[in-house]
Design a protein around this ligand. Structure first.
Ligand code: MN
Ligand code: MN
Length: 472
């Protein structure tokens, strides 16, 4: 078919107008192949990285395989990784210029919404054994009922022993579950309530056993049975839950989605997708002009609270260590100067338009699946409350970097102005004086047990981080 020649006005519209591009339309065959390969590698990571602690283990393994050394044991400049409290990870490659002149940071988070166990979780009721829970992060509670769950955790016993628990991921292993009430009886107690109130957190008890130990005379024999199983399997007792971190997550690994396999469904894309991609680009960067740093942070989903979050002084410590490593005195002056010269991507997912709910999205400014990496100038809600907002200078620079590298990107916001909102680590990095903007992967079903991303977007995120780290 002959190509239609463009009219003068069509050419003018091309020149003056702006429309985001569908990544698949502009990707070469080689790009498409590379996107499939990267997606497969990402899926392997996601199958193992089911909690922030497990993500740290996987990320360190990848760093070591790429020849990175532990910062704590390094005395010279080099490619290093650093772990803080087993929950955050950093990888760093020194640049040609001194750190005080600039640093490129890709900051993702590796914590995800989930269901935690309470300190005294085990009880029995109706001749069944159960666990008491408290959810972590923003979830729609009904999504976590009536589905196979795996239990991951770490226990520190009073004698100081560390016990790791992982249960329910293998195909031949039982799973745990939170049963939901049958529809026949749910008409009033759930059906007549608002969705947000229909499932109460205190009813989200996990079914863990149905066999007794002993005979009818034995007290709490269903509870005793599961305690006995836990003791046999892991050597732990009931009091050990007090000093444990247990998380229930959807059982099983990621899956390709769609008849064409174009997408990936998984628990935890938010935000292991950006944390993994940030890690990969730093592991692969050769000799950057500016130092390249990727972070996998914790506690983003509950507002970046605590020692392992973006708000922790851990970042100051890390910068001080990196300065020393690269031969610069880590004085207050140099640490603050370095912070203020950081160019950072708050690497986090954004909401893709869900065409089933057009009324919450703003069609001109919302991210779309398949249109590449999101560029989100601000998060927050309403009148930009809680947002740091990137300045035009930084966004203009980044846009130029991406255009030069042929990255497919799209401007994004989280829904209509008064509809809701969300936050990221951007504002905490901005407080340190960093130039920072939110960028990442569009997601369908964010915070659900099965979030969906597009392989083309994943690849563009990878390319966008790579171009950012390499930029002058
Ligand atoms: Mn996130
Ligand atoms: Mn989130």
């Amino acid at each position: 078919m002959a190509k239609k020649t463009k009219t003068k006005l069509e050419k003018l519209a091309d020149k003056l107008g702006y429309k985001p591009r569908l990544a698949w339309d502009v990707m070469t065959q080689a790009d498409k192949k590379a996107a499939q390969k990267f997606a497969a590698e990402y899926m392997r990571f996601m199958a193992a990285a089911k909690t922030e602690r497990l993500a740290v283990i996987e990320m360190v393994a990848l760093a070591k395989r790429a020849g990175f050394k532990d910062l704590a044991r390094s005395k010279t400049v080099g490619r290093v990784f650093s772990v803080f409290r087993n929950k955050t990870v950093a990888v760093f490659v020194p640049g040609q210029k001194p750190l005080t002149e600039g640093l490129r940071l890709v900051a993702g988070h590796i914590d995800c919404p989930r269901i935690d166990l309470k300190a005294r979780p085990v009880f029995e009721d109706a001749d069944l054994a159960w666990l008491k829970t408290q959810y972590y992060g923003g979830i729609k509670k009904f999504q976590w009922l009536a589905r196979p769950l795996a239990l991951h955790g770490v226990v520190i016993t009073s004698s100081g022993k560390t016990v790791r628990v992982s249960f329910g991921e293998k195909d031949n292993e039982p799973v745990l579950t939170i049963p939901d009430l049958l529809p026949h009886l749910a008409r009033k107690i759930q059906g007549e309530k608002k969705l947000s109130e229909a499932i109460e957190g205190e009813r989200m008890n996990v079914l863990i056993g149905g066999l007794p130990l002993g005979d009818k005379e034995t007290k709490e024999r269903f509870k005793l049975h599961v305690l006995n199983v836990l003791h046999d399997k892991y050597g732990i007792t009931e009091s050990d839950f007090v000093s444990a971190e247990f998380q229930l997550v959807p059982a099983g690994g990621p899956r390709e989605v769609g008849l064409d396999g174009s997408m990936i469904g998984a628990y935890g894309h938010d935000d292991r997708v950006c944390a993994y991609t940030g890690l990969r680009t730093v592991l692969e960067v050769k000799k950057p002009t500016y130092g390249a740093l990727a972070l996998g942070l914790d506690k983003e989903e509950i507002g970046s609270e605590g020692a392992s979050s973006a708000r922790s002084w851990m970042l100051h410590r890390l910068v001080a260590d990196l300065l020393r490593l690269t031969g610069i005195e880590p004085s207050y002056d140099n640490v603050t100067r370095t912070m203020m010269n950081v160019r950072a991507l708050s690497a986090d997912v954004d909401a893709a338009v869900d065409p089933n709910y057009p009324e919450v999205h703003e069609k001109y400014n919302n991210a779309r699946m398949g249109y590449g990496v999101c560029l989100t100038r601000h998060t927050g809600h309403g009148g930009k409350y809680g947002a740091s907002e990137a300045d035009a200078e930084f966004v203009g620079w980044l846009r130029g970097v991406w255009d030069k590298a042929g990255v497919v990107w799209q401007p994004a916001v989280m829904g209509k102005v008064d509809e809701g909102g969300g936050g990221t680590v951007a504002k905490f990095l901005a407080q340190l004086g960093m130039r920072v903007v939110d960028t990442g992967t569009p997601v369908l079903g964010m915070h659900s047990p099965f979030e969906v991303i597009h392989k083309a977007d994943l690849y563009q995120v990878y390319r966008s981080f790579d171009a950012f780290l390499a930029a002058e």
